[in-house]
Design a protein around this ligand. Sequence first.
Ligand code: PEP
Ligand code: MN
Length: 287
Amino acid sequence: MKVQLGDIQNASTWLDTGDSPLIIAGPCSAENEMQVLEIAEKLASQNRVHLMRAGIWKPRTRPNSFEGVGSKGLNWLIRAEREFGISPIVEVVNKDHVKEALDAGIRHFWIGARTTVNPFLVEELASALEESNAPVFVKNPMNPDLELWIGALERFAAHGLNKLVAVHRGFNTYQDHVYRNSPNWEIPIELKTRYPNLDIIVDPSHIGGRKELLHSIAQKAFDLGFDGLMLETHPSPEHALSDPKQQIPLAEFSEFLGSLEIKAEHFEDSVTQSQLRRLRVLIDEID
Ligand code: PEP
Ligand code: MN
């Protein structure tokens, strides 16, 4: 049954987040079974992480980069879930990925920025996922186009998928020398304003592109009243096969999360303080 974007179910109704922000963490890519198990054990012991991310099929900008371990990595994630109780979430780009992941027992999916730009792929994924009614986390498209982002969310909703979360991972711009992907906060703010019910989480790793920026981006996400974070973490980021500069060392992850200040009003319905902060960002952008 078709659902409207305004009727999307809040993540707290289908993921046990309680009063806490939704936190997804894990490596950019699953690299080997030991790495997956080590990360899962650590994240599970923290009780603040709801889902473990790990790229299995990696859409890369240039060929000859590490393109993921492929479907064998799904079994590592399922083993990690069985042993440590942390549910995995993977990126899917086409219907074959969806089938393999569902068959392996994966129940949470994210759509990458390079996929959200393509309505045909989004349609293919929405129809492949329809029967599962799995939660789908939809990253913004590479380019700063709110309508394209909303369009992708609507395509999933049109296939009856009502457990949707938007993921803000920044936008590709040629001139930004600070961020890997410019945050353009006004765009996710506009999305939140149009669909207050829709959870939006922020991905500081892909916005920042380097470790030094992660804390301030994550704090800003909470200050603006967004609903959670997706963060990359790796036991030894400098040896990571993808995105080595932007992953939090696993040993520092707990301290990183603990150092973020979560404003109480974040969880109120009439989010007055965070609405004010959002308005200030919009005014700054206009100035
Ligand atoms: C990722 O999450 O590792 C990834 C490739 O992200 P994005 O689609 O945001 O570039
Ligand atoms: Mn990555």
